[in-house]
Write a protein that binds this ligand. Structure first.
Ligand SMILES: Nc1nc2c(c(=O)[nH]1)N[C@H]1C(S)=C(S)[C@@H](COP(=O)(O)O)O[C@H]1N2
Ligand SMILES: [Mo]
Length: 314
């Protein structure tokens, strides 16, 4: 196993950006149009191809599920990232053009120490862990993904949330030059959590999967993963984290509040208005499996919702 972090990789091993940009222009000229990231390197010798960067060392986690992992190929080609298109294969085809370095995440709002974090600073904030989590999409399919990251709480503690901060809002990168301009959702993509949900040890600030840096289509360079909630709560390619007093309105709730609530905890007993949530199709499996309360994380998170009517706060 490689024991390296991106910061430790010699500059000579990384293709300089200028070279990359030049090749892209060259290829765009050749094809007379935008070139999808996956196609960018086609035709170049393998030494010129950006090798997937290993993230290591990885601390094992007590939260890992024991079920079979969804194959890398499916995890990285069957995606929801509407900024890059609404079909499942669109993000893998289109997200390659997003530049993920340099990248800063601004943490602001009701905090004692607002600041921006460079992605390289984020990578050094806490030990990287492998977290094998179930991901349950609201559309009733699911995967098991070995993420790499550390609890979001480690970052939030750095900025010292104030007593008045009750919620955390996450804002994704939006660049109309390379992303979908149709108002499918109100861009930029916005999501939110209650502060105690955001501070929960399961809530992962995620920088990789399968031991490598996140592919763009999975939300590079940094996203959150909230495994007991429907997948859309896990915002990708985050640029702003804002601590606020009132419940933020997410892009999905804004689009259709009756179908996508603020909490969106995985719950087999509360159906989506247009389909049942009692079962799910695990990608790669033939028959459906029952959906678990809180996606199987009830022992860890049920206490967060004690006394709440989960039909009402769906
Ligand atoms: N910015 C942004 N984040 C997003 C989405 C999106 O369209 N845009 N889709 C969400 C949905 S619906 C799901 S199921 C997960 C999918 O994550 P994955 O493609 O890495 O499996 O990302 C979530 N995060
Ligand atoms: Mo989803």
């Amino acid at each position: 196993m490689l024991i390296r972090r991106p910061a430790d990789i010699a500059p000579s091993e990384i293709t300089p950006r200028a070279l990359f940009e030049d090749r892209r222009r060259f290829l765009q000229t050749l094809s007379g149009g935008a070139v999808a990231g996956a196609a960018l390197w086609a035709g170049f010798p393998s030494t010129a191809r950006a090798a997937p960067q290993k993230l290591a060392p990885l601390t094992p986690s007590p939260f890992n599920v024991k079920e079979d992992k969804t194959p890398y190929k499916a995890v990285t080609t069957y995606n929801n990232f509407y900024e890059f298109g609404t079909d499942k294969e669109d993000p893998a085809a289109n997200a390659g053009v997003m530049a993920t370095r340099p990248w800063t995440v601004k943490v602001e709002g009701l905090v004692g120490k607002p600041r921006s974090f460079d992605i390289d600073e984020i990578l050094k904030l806490a030990p990287l862990e492998e977290r094998i989590y179930r991901l349950r999409c609201v559309e009733a399919w699911s995967m098991v993904i070995p993420w790499v990251g550390f609890p979001l709480a480690a970052l939030l503690k750095q900025v010292e949330p104030q007593g008045s901060a009750k919620y955390v809002e996450f804002i994704s990168h939006y660049d109309p030059k390379i992303m979908l301009r149709r108002p499918v959702l109100d861009w930029p993509y916005r999501e939110g959590l209650r502060l105690d949900e955001a501070m929960h040890p399961l809530t992962l600030l995620t920088v990789g999967l399968y031991g490598e840096v996140l592919p763009n289509q999975n939300g590079a360079p940094v996203r959150i993963v909230v495994p007991w909630k429907y997948g859309f709560k896990s915002a990708k390619s985050i640029v702003t984290i804002r601590l606020v007093e009132r419940e933020p309105v997410s892009s999905w709730t804004q689009a259709n509040a009756a179908e996508y609530g603020f909490y969106s905890n995985v719950n087999p007993n509360v159906d989506h208005p247009r389909w049942t949530q009692s079962k799910e199709r695990r990608i790669g499996e033939f028959s459906k499996r029952p959906t678990l309360m809180f996606n199987g994380y009830a022992d860890q998170v049920a206490r967060l919702y004690q006394g709440m009517d989960l039909q009402k706060y769906y």
